[in-house]
Design a protein around this ligand. Sequence first.
Ligand SMILES: Cc1cc2nc3c(=O)[nH]c(=O)nc-3n(C[C@H](O)[C@H](O)[C@H](O)COP(=O)(O)O)c2cc1C
Length: 205
Amino acid sequence: MVLDGSPLPDGSVARMLGAAADGARAAGGEVELHRCYDLAVRPCMACGPDATPGYCVFHDGMDAVYAALERSHAVVVGSPVHFDTVSGPLKLVMDRCNCVTPLVTLADGRQDCVPKWPRSRRGAFVTACSAGRRPDFAERSVRGFLRWVGAQWEETLAWSHADNERGSVPADTLAAARALGRRLIEGEPPGGGRAGEPEDSTWPK
Ligand SMILES: Cc1cc2nc3c(=O)[nH]c(=O)nc-3n(C[C@H](O)[C@H](O)[C@H](O)COP(=O)(O)O)c2cc1C
């Protein structure tokens, strides 16, 4: 699954995600693209423990995202860096995924975060930012999100540039994105973590 958090369909991030999708298809994968800027998504209301047996109390553009995440073998998240983190529409989607590993009351009365899915997905982050800047904070946020939706972050591909040209990402970075997409399909899924068991600190951040 490709989760595109970029506003520009012909921007650098969208082009990198397109190349990653091409690579995945070339390796025999099927690619499902969800553009956060096209989704109608309400913000997470932090409704607390035992909120719902489904994914969320709201039903909106997120319903299709939950379904795609659940059946995916790999999740590629893309976003330009906006004020040092991911774009607003992607952040809305990420927050609404808190209930993939919700806080629930256990049989003994304690509360813990329990994943709905096994942690069997592969994950990567594709980003673009200005020259001399780093996507660290955005990456940190995406890595936390991937963990919460049962994916293991493997790498970040970043295009850092001084120009103001739309979609200026160069051919070698697009080739790296294609190779990334191919790798995500060809490699073994990660092991570790089980659905229905409390989230544990051994899962790599
Ligand atoms: C609202 C907004 C905030 C931005 N904030 C940052 C920032 O904090 N750090 C940075 O390096 N670039 C920042 N940029 C620049 C973009 O990250 C950069 O131009 C990126 O390549 C855009 O990718 P795109 O063409 O795929 O949209 C910002 C751009 C916008 C529109």
